[in-house]
Design a protein around this ligand. Sequence first.
Ligand code: NAD
Length: 447
Amino acid sequence: MKTPTTRRDFIKQSTLAAGSLMAMPMISNAGFFNTSVDDAIKIALVGCGGRGTGAALQALLTKQNVKLVAMADAFRDRLDDCYKNLTADDLSDSVGYSGNVKDKVAVKEEAKFVGFDGYKKAIALADVVILTTPPGFRPLHFEEAVKQGKHIFMEKPVATDPAGIKRVLDAAQIAKQKKLNVVVGLQRHYQNSYRSLYEKLKEGTIGEIVSGQVWWNNEGVWMNPRKPNQTEMEYQMRNWYYFNWICGDHIVEQHIHNMDVMNWFKGDFPVKAQGMGGRQVRTGKEYGEIFDHHYVEFQYADGSIMNSQCRHIKGTMSKVDEQIVGTKGTIYCGAMNITDRKGKVIFQFDKEKENDPYQTEHDELFAAIAKKEYKFWDAERGAKSTMTAILGRLATYSGQVVEFEKALNSGLSLQPSTYAWDADMPVKPDANGFYPIAVPGVTKYFS
Ligand SMILES: NC(=O)c1ccc[n+]([C@@H]2O[C@H](COP(=O)([O-])OP(=O)(O)OC[C@H]3O[C@@H](n4cnc5c(N)ncnc54)[C@H](O)[C@@H]3O)[C@@H](O)[C@H]2O)c1
């Protein structure tokens, strides 16, 4: 990914996630930021890309006494870009936000760690860690943060394969025993409109949920072409979106948000899935091994259904949304309202009351940590929603009915045997640079 040079580039690349910083209030270089590192809640950032930069800023913009003290990234250039953005005099140049947080950045040169092992050293220096690498590394990094007894903000998805989910679930139990706050970046849980719709659901407004429809359809994301002299590992790391061991396919990487909403409202996770998908447009070798569309029918234990569709194809209908259908009414998350069975709006969330959930998830996490409260244990829910999305991928890749528990307990891992620049990669290009692609009916996971 190229270095963001203009404000627009940065916002575009950084996924400061859906304009989340744009909505933030102004801050000044107020004196209360000038506290010593010793008094502050110390933060380490692992994964200094677009989202890592955004999450670090959001952590530094909370009302608590916080300092960023360590950074780790696989690549020096990514770490340097992030540091430069976080220490800028005026963030309006980079993120369209007036003010700065540079007084809260106290990362000495010796606390900048580069490579695959830097995460351990960065985590050791902090009270709270922000885990924002691509998701393939999340189980490893989460396990380490829990082992070292740190509070955690980690981005979704939390893994890319069932073996990774198991590791996160196991570490989540230990995090609970240690009373470590864990927030997962499924930010709709921290968004006022969703929280309000969920309350209405609990009041019985739509009756019993019978089905749901969830979408992540848009044009797709960035792609980083291969450069001369890259090892296969470096290429796949730089172009990570298109390799399943590190990304999980877009059904996992992005569509998880929408499936997670249905799981949340349903209060359960699907027991099985079947579906279809393929790559029809995004077929070049630079797009690795992932599909460009998936359609999955998930079934919950009580027989209710979630229909999920995700598509990355230019020129097609864009829609990122969720609709939850009950016996008495329907929740429309995008429209933030509820209708009765005849279509009459019976509840409308006041859009003026919407918040920036990316900021709220940090505000709430850091407030709890400052008060020494144990309030957040998102890891298990995040892991099971990630597993839902992985289940969808296994279903569309194989064309078979795949059961949640069977897949979860399968031990299936997509990871390389070692994380090193010369690693023997789990997927390799053929002589023409093309990667093997799943073929429904041929690709098999479980007998
Ligand atoms: N909640 C949301 O709405 C939201 C929005 C955007 C991104 N995200 C999530 O944030 C994560 C990162 O996405 P991004 O857009 O910032 O990607 P990115 O490519 O911009 O950043 C990832 C960074 O991690 C680094 N990295 C990779 N492997 C590493 C390792 N082993 N150790 C240390 N650093 C490593 C990369 O070099 C890069 O700097 C993804 O899981 C993504 O799904 C969430």
